[in-house]
Design a protein around this ligand. Structure first.
Ligand code: FMN
Length: 435
């Protein structure tokens, strides 16, 4: 399976699959600013992924999929492997606690032909981390590496991983051997030295080459060593959420350590930064200050899938329009070529009405995803209209919002949305987000 992202590319340019090269468009588009939709349980289903893709997400992820349930062929789980051609490149994310089940799950996932198989090493919730999967593996790095290696060896599809800065605050400070790797830790039943010998290197040479501190006495930070160790296992890209497991979603994401990982000369694989990116300005800062290869956006996309287009316009709009001989001020109407070069398949919505129409479309596609069950589809997409910036800041909106969240039929939801447009849609000055 061909990756659309070329690791080890010093230009950090990306080959783009599925884009035509006519009209002088090269495959080297503005992917210095690659934007990914974060994997999110109950959120990143095909309906939402397609919308984000349409508005410029350069990669989308499924929600995490339980390895054991895949192996047991649980129907509600295998359904999560549904992907569509139009959403590529797409990663299917899996989680689990044993190398065997994860390798088996990866083989099953591969049959769905995703562009990437992503391993979740970051989920903090008790029912996952408490059972030794997701972020739970941050406390058992030898097992995490065993899982990474087992999955990489099980499939031909590029394997990526997503993790956090560490388990808790202690992992944020330099210390000797922060990964607690025993010299003889075993990988797939072989001792470390046997594995290292197989690759023609001694354990200490591997440690030295990769900068791991397993046999040295200098101090380093957990995530720095972990990233190198995962790279050694054959992980092709690493996404880092700038929080520890203990933080869950509290506090602010710390991007400084993400930047350190990215700027470590021994790191050769792309590093994807994640955490609290909500605006085009913050996305630009993350690229500029930390040099990450891609920014992954999660919660800020709720009811806001066009955020990707807004970030891209902020980052690349002027240069893209200039390349057409137009100035940015004439912009805000994308030509087909600019749309294509930005990775958008439709112009982003501008007015409140256009944005609400996207939300309506999402409601309908959610219902479709829920097998035509109207109530279920509405409940499933509720968090999007509850959080959408389209409605934020509307005066006296509380009652309308409650009505919106109580509505159980498409007719009700759309009627409320229409009344909002009727009241605020043309009143750009009073509606802060109705731009
Ligand atoms: C509702 C929800 C579900 C999530 N599910 C997953 C998941 O399935 N896999 C995963 O790796 N991370 C998951 N995450 C974490 C996000 O991918 C992301 O790392 C986190 O939200 C921080 O990014 P943000 O600040 O841009 O939202 C989830 C987050 C939320 C809010």
């Amino acid at each position: 399976m061909q990756s659309n992202l070329t690791a080890n590319d010093s230009e950090r340019s990306y080959s783009v699959s599925g884009l035509s090269s006519e009209a002088g468009l090269t495959a080297q588009r503005s992917e210095r600013h690659a934007l990914y939709l974060a994997p999110m349980e109950d959120v990143t289903d095909p309906a939402f992924r397609m919308l984000c893709k349409r508005y410029g997400a350069d990669r989308v992820y499924t929600e995490f999929v339980n390895a054991d349930a895949l192996v047991r062929d649980v129907a509600s789980t295998t359904r999560k492997l549904t992907i569509h051609q139009a959403e590529r490149p797409v990663a299917i994310q899996i989680y689990g606690r044993t190398p065997e089940s994860m390798a088996e799950a990866a083989r099953i996932v591969e049959q769905a032909q995703p562009d990437f198989i992503d391993i979740n090493f970051g989920c903090p919730v008790k029912k996952v981390a408490g059972k030794g999967a997701g972020a739970g593996l941050l406390r058992d790095v030898p097992r995490m590496l065993e899982i990474a290696r087992a999955v990489v060896n099980a499939v031909h599809t590029p394997v990526t991983a997503k993790t956090r800065l560490g388990w808790d605050e202690n992992d944020l400070h330099p210390r000797v051997n922060p990964l607690n790797l025993p010299k003889s830790y075993s990988v797939s039943g072989l001792t470390a030295s046997a594995v290292f010998q197989q690759s023609g290197l001694t354990a200490s040479a591997v440690f030295q080459q990769s900068g791991l501190t397993g046999e040295a006495d200098h101090k380093s930070v957990f995530i720095t060593d972990l990233s190198l160790a995962l790279q050694d296992c054959g992980i092709q890209e690493l996404a880092i959420h700038g929080r520890t497991r203990s933080q869950m979603y509290r506090g602010e994401a710390d991007w400084t350590l993400i930047g350190e990982v990215k700027n470590n000369p021994r790191m050769h694989i792309p590093v994807i930064g994640n955490g609290d990116v909500c605006t085009p300005e913050r996305a630009k800062e993350c690229f500029d200050l930390y040099g990450v290869d891609a920014v992954m956006v999660g919660r800020a996309t709720f009811g806001n899938p066009w955020l990707f287009a807004e970030i891209k316009e902020y980052l690349d709009g002027p240069s893209l329009l200039q390349s057409e001989g137009r100035s940015y001020s004439e912009g805000r109407s994308y030509s087909e070529a600019v749309l294509q070069r930005s990775g958008l398949s439709a112009a982003p919505p501008r007015s409140m009405e256009e944005k609400v129409n996207v939300l309506k479309e999402h409601v309908l596609s959610s219902i479709q995803w829920c097998g035509g069950d109207e109530r279920k589809g509405i409940v499933h997409s509720r968090r999007h209209f509850a959080a959408s910036p389209v409605f934020k800041g509307l005066p006296d909106f509380r009652q309308t919002r409650i009505a919106l969240l109580r509505a159980e039929t498409v007719e009700e939801v759309f009627a409320i949305m229409d009344s909002i447009i009727a009241q605020w849609g043309n009143n750009e000055t009073q509606c802060p987000n109705g731009k």
